[in-house]
Design a protein around this ligand. Sequence first.
Ligand SMILES: [Fe+2]
Ligand SMILES: [Fe+2]
Length: 259
Amino acid sequence: MTKLLVFADLHIQNDPIIGLDPVARFKAALAHALANHMDAQGIVLMGDLVHGVTAVEYEILKSILADVPLPITYMMGNHDRREVFLQVFAQAALGSNGFVQSAFDLGEWRGLTLDTLDGPPYLDGVHSGRLCPNRLAWLADQLDQAKDKPVVLFTHHPLGDIGFPKMDRIRLENGKDVIDMLKAHPRPVHVLSGHVHRTVSGQWDGISYTGFKSTCHQNPLNLRGQYASMSVDQPGAYGVILFDGPNIIVHSEDYALAQ
Ligand SMILES: [Fe+2]
Ligand SMILES: [Fe+2]
C-alpha cells in the first residue's frame, strides 16, 4: 500500500480571508496529517499555494514547510505566478519544458502533475486554466512513457464542467484535449484537482475525477447563480490517497473535526 497526502488551495497570505487565517489553517491541516500519516510517501500541494502572489507569501509557505520530513511536490494554480514561486522555491521539480510539472511512481501507478496556470502572459482577472502546446506535448510524452501503468493526473483546474456555473466558467479551458488524451491511455486513469474548494467526484466521458476542499475557505454549493456566493467558513480538509496494486482510493479528512 502506498499513501500520498494532498493539500489544495492553501491561499497563504498574512491577512485573513473572510476572517479566516490561511496560515493557521494550513499549519493545522499539516500538523494533523503528519501526526496521523507519517507513513505517507510524500505530499502534493495542488496549487493556489498563495493568495496575493508575492514572494513574501511564498517565503511564509517555505518556512511552514521547512521541517516537514516528507518529499513535497508543488503545483501552480490561478493564484500563483510561476516566476515568483521559482524565486523562492528554486529547487522545485520542473518538467523538462520549464513548467512546474513532474512525474513519479506511486506503487504500480504513475503520478503526473500538470501546470495549468494560464500564461505568461498573465491577464488581469483570468482565473481559468490553459495548457499551451508545450505542456500538452509533455503530457503526451509522459502518458506514452507510462503506457503500461495506471495514471493519476493532478491538475489544479478541473478538466470538465461540474454543473457549478461559477466554477465551470474558470475551469481548464482546453480540458477536453486532456480528456481525449486520457481516454486513449491503455490503462486506468484517475484525475485529482483543486480550485473548486469543495469535495466533488464524478466522471467525464469515462475519466474519473475527485476534487478537494481548500485547507482554508470553502465554496458554498450554488448550482444556479452565475456570480453569487462568496466563500464560507466551513471545515477545511486535506486528502489521503491510497494506492493498492491496481486500486486507488481517495479520502478527504476534515482535519478540524477529526480526533
Ligand atoms: Fe483556490
Ligand atoms: Fe484556483
